[in-house]
Design a protein around this ligand. Sequence first.
Ligand code: MG
Length: 299
Amino acid sequence: MKVNRRTFFTLAGMAGAVAALPHSAEAISLPDPAAPAKLRLSCQEGVAPGKTVAEKLDFLEGLGFEGFEPGGGGLAGRVEELQKALQGRKIKISAICAGFQGVPISEKEAERKKAIDTSKEILTAAGALGSTGMILVPAFNGQTTLGNKEARELLVTKILPELGDHAAQAGTRLLLEPLNRGECFFLRQLADAASICRDVNNPGIAQMGDFWHMTIEETNDMGAFISAGKYLHHVHIASRKTRNMPGEDEGDNYTVGFRGLKAIGYQDFVSFECGCKGKDRKQILTDAVKLIKENWAAA
Ligand code: MG
């Protein structure tokens, strides 16, 4: 239906009828989380200080971290190593950071197949490690010639159903990651990822949000996380101007976003994906944790 000014006023007048529409009902009320949100910190393997996995885990556990995020490249060959390293510890594997080859929304079938095959291998390993999900970017800038409409259709009807089934069988998820325009144009906002998850409607397909990309693409962190809602199963965090440790840029603040996570009763991890400007990584990471906890308490 084409809504002109007149129709709009007529619809607005039908307040009761409008409120009965599911979209309107969701739009006007904040979610009421089943359980209070938890702040569960995680750190990417390459960000954590230490020479060995054991050293990294020791340091992170000492700071109260609950999650560890390895890369997906070669993960199948590391399952035993990581399981052993985590034995008897409180810390768990959080998400798996990408690591697949090929391009899920390439115009070339061989590239798509490579992305599917290598993602399935990582998903199987992710499931064995009890991971919340494997992160996937549909295409970086320059990796596909498909237009937005064609790429979305391909993703929603073919690629994601196949990967979602595999992920669910493996006991994990595929997590779509929206990036910023400097890295991709296809998927840049959390609400867009959520609408893809909704349309795929597969228990193995979910999404994440990354504060760094959100700084560039979102107008409101809280609104973005609420839009993602039940589909949100991982969050990346970094400083907001230069993608270093939280607190290394002036004005770093995550309170508004954390309000969104609290509104949806978020239960998954907030994971460090960032560089480090300063020399004393251990101290800077310790300070970052303090800032994040303060912001969480203020949210
Ligand atoms: Mg990220």
